[in-house]
Design a protein around this ligand. Structure first.
Ligand code: A3P
Length: 295
C-alpha cells in the first residue's frame, strides 16, 4: 500500500497499521509471547495524548509509596513495542530484565498488545490515556517534525515537506502512524467495564490534576495522604515537567514538552479541516459513550 507520507519516513505496515521503522516487525511478532508480571502497571495510549505525563504521575506515586525509587527518566525507555534508536537493545527484552514494579508503555491496540495487557489477570493494572483528536493531531504533527529534524540527515528538508495540511489529511484518513485514532481509542474503550482498567482524559487532568493523581493512586491501591497527593500534582504540572524533559539524556524527551494545553488546535485548523474532523468525530463516536472536550 502506498501511504501518502511513506516517502518521507521509513515506515512499514503490519496488520493494516503503519508503524515507524523503530517499531520492528520482529517486535510486533514477539508481543503475543511477552510475559506479564502480577504487579505490572501499563499505560496504553495513542501517541501524544499524555503518556509521559501519566508516567510521571505513576513514577511519583510509586516513589511516595516506597515501592520504587526509579525516576521517570529511568522508566522512559519502557515503550514495549519500540526498538528505539537511542537504546542499545529492543525494549521488550530490556523489560524482561527490569526490576518490579514495571511501568510498561504501549501505543498498540489490544489486538496487537500482549494478551496479558489486552485481557489482564491478577493484579495487573492498565491505565488508558486519551486526548481530544484535534489536539492529539497537532501534537503528533509537531512531534513528527521534531523526529525528522533530530534523527534524519537532511531532516530539515524533509520537515519542510511535512506541512500541516498534508499531515492533517493523513491523520483524517486514518493512515497516520499507529493507525486510526478512533479505532485505537474505541478498541480500548471496550474494556471500560473491566476493573483492571482505568481511563484518564488529558482534558480532565488539565482541569484538576490533584483529582487525577488521587484517582491513579487509588486505582494502584497506594495509600497516600492528601498532602502527598497535592505535592505530586505540583511536581507534575507542565511547567515542572518541562524542566524534567529538557534535561533528559534521551533526545526524543527533550522535545516532549511543547505547549501542554487544551485547544492549541485552534491555531492550526482551518474551518474546513475542523468541520471534517467534527464530522468524523460524530460518525465514529456517536452512541459509544466516549466523548472529548476540545477547549
Ligand atoms: P503538546 O504537543 O500538545 O504540547 P505523550 O507523552 O503521549 O507523547 O504526549 C505528549 C503531549 O503531552 C505533549 O502535548 C506534551 O506537551 C503534553 N504534556 C506532557 N507533560 C504534560 C504536563 N505535565 N501537563 C500538560 N501536558 C503535558
Amino acid at each position: 500500500v502506498t501511504r501518502s507520507l511513506a516517502w518521507l519516513l521509513p515506515m512499514h505496515e503490519y496488520k493494516n497499521i503503519v508503524y515507524p521503522y523503530f517499531i520492528t516487525r520482529e517486535n510486533l511478532e514477539a508481543m503475543p509471547n511477552f510475559q506479564m508480571r502480577d504487579d505490572d502497571i501499563v499505560i496504553a495510549s495513542y501517541p501524544k495524548t499524555g503518556t509521559n505525563w501519566v508516567l510521571e504521575i505513576i513514577t511519583k506515586i510509586l516513589q511516595a509509596a516506597g515501592k520504587s525509587e526509579a525516576t521517570s527518566e529511568e522508566r522512559a525507555f519502557a515503550k514495549l513495542e519500540f526498538h528505539h534508536p537511542e537504546l542499545p537493545q529492543t525494549t521488550h527484552l530490556m523489560l524482561e530484565d527490569s526490576p518490579s514494579p514495571r511501568v510498561i508503555l504501549t501505543h498498540l491496540c489490544p489486538d496487537l498488545a500482549p494478551p496479558g495487557i489486552a485481557n489482564p489477570e491478577g493484579n495487573v493494572k492498565v491505565i488508558v490515556v486519551m486526548r481530544n483528536p484535534k489536539d492529539a493531531a497537532v501534537s503528533n504533527y509537531h512531534f513528527g517534525l521534531n523526529i525528522m529534524r533530530n534523527y534524519f540527515y537532511f531532516g530539515h528538508i524533509l520537515a519542510y515537506f511535512l506541512t500541516w495540511d498534508r499531515f492533517c489529511n493523513v491523520f483524517l484518513s486514518g493512515e497516520a502512524v499507529f493507525g486510526n485514532f478512533y479505532n485505537h481509542v474505541l478498541s480500548w474503550w471496550q474494556k471500560r467495564h473491566d476493573p483492571h482498567f482505568l481511563f484518564l482524559k488529558y482534558e480532565d487532568m488539565q482541569k484538576n490534576l490533584t483529582d487525577a493523581v488521587k484517582t491513579v493512586a487509588e486505582f494502584l491501591e497506594m495509600d497516600l495522604d492528601d498532602a502527598t497527593v497535592k505535592h505530586i500534582a505540583k511536581d507534575c504540572t507542565f511547567h515542572n515537567m518541562k524542566k524534567v524533559f529538557e534535561n533528559s539524556d534521551f533526545k526524543h524527551r527533550t522535545f516532549m514538552a511543547r505547549k501542554g494545553m487544551v485547544g492549541d488546535w485552534t491555531n492550526y485548523f482551518s474551518p474546513e479541516q475542523s468541520q471534517a474532523f467534527d464530522a468524523m468525530y460524530r460518525e465514529k463516536l456517536e452512541g459509544t459513550g466516549l466523548e472529548f472536550e476540545f477547549e
